[in-house]
Design a protein. Structure first.
Length: 202
């Protein structure tokens, strides 16, 4: 068996490092996607929330509903929740007043975007920052027009910019930009690979 060429060893190690870099995915921030599915509108939420930078406002509870004009969306079953305050963001995402979900799953999660005294981010009782959350609500025989929501991306933020210090609502096909981080990493990797290749060919 031939020995592994010494000149190829650095290139191989570099390739392994780059592969590892892109295979490790950080926990995604909590995002609710509101989509038209057949004759229904479905709100599906998933991801993690970092509570650092928010203040605990006591226990509470809610039913699964949306109120676009007040910036309110709660997904998951009727139940109790912990309330947190201290975020900023849009105060509405449409002109609709009040629509109750017909079916739900997961846990109760939601946000009140308006500036009323009762505005709060709701998470399951005893929720620990960084734990994965999953929630959904279905509005039967509904459309974006009937719910009076405005397609787009709405983001509430808090804290000092740590990962997952935000709650995002995406209505329709809009996406969440990654801020160019993936492109930057790929660019650096390609530059490094080209430099290493030139060195090996010398």
């Amino acid at each position: 068996m031939k020995a592994f060429p010494k000149k190829l060893l650095p290139l191989t190690l570099f390739g392994i490092a780059i592969t590892s870099l892109f295979s490790v995915q950080p926990a995604q921030a909590y995002t609710v996607r509101l989509q038209q599915m057949g004759s229904n509108v479905v709100a599906t939420g998933s991801g993690a929330i970092n509570l650092m930078g928010l203040s605990f406002a006591g226990p509470g509870g809610a039913s699964p509903f949306i109120s676009p004009q007040s910036g309110i969306i709660f997904t998951g079953p009727l139940g109790s929740a912990d309330r947190y305050v201290g975020y900023t963001g849009p105060t509405s995402f449409g002109s609709g007043q009040f629509s109750v979900a017909n079916a739900t799953s997961g846990v109760l999660v939601g946000i009140i975007g308006n500036t009323s005294p009762g505005a709060a981010l709701l998470v399951p009782p005893g929720y620990v920052s960084g734990n994965a959350l999953s929630s959904s609500s279905t509005f039967d025989n509904a459309t974006f027009a009937s719910l009076e929501v405005t397609p787009g991306t709405y983001v509430w933020t808090w804290g000092t910019g740590l990962p997952n210090q935000n709650f995002t609502l995406i209505i329709g096909g809009a996406g969440v930009p990654d801020g160019g981080s993936t492109v930057s990493l790929l660019g650096c990797a390609l530059v490094g690979l080209a430099a290493l290749r030139r060195k090996l060919l010398c």
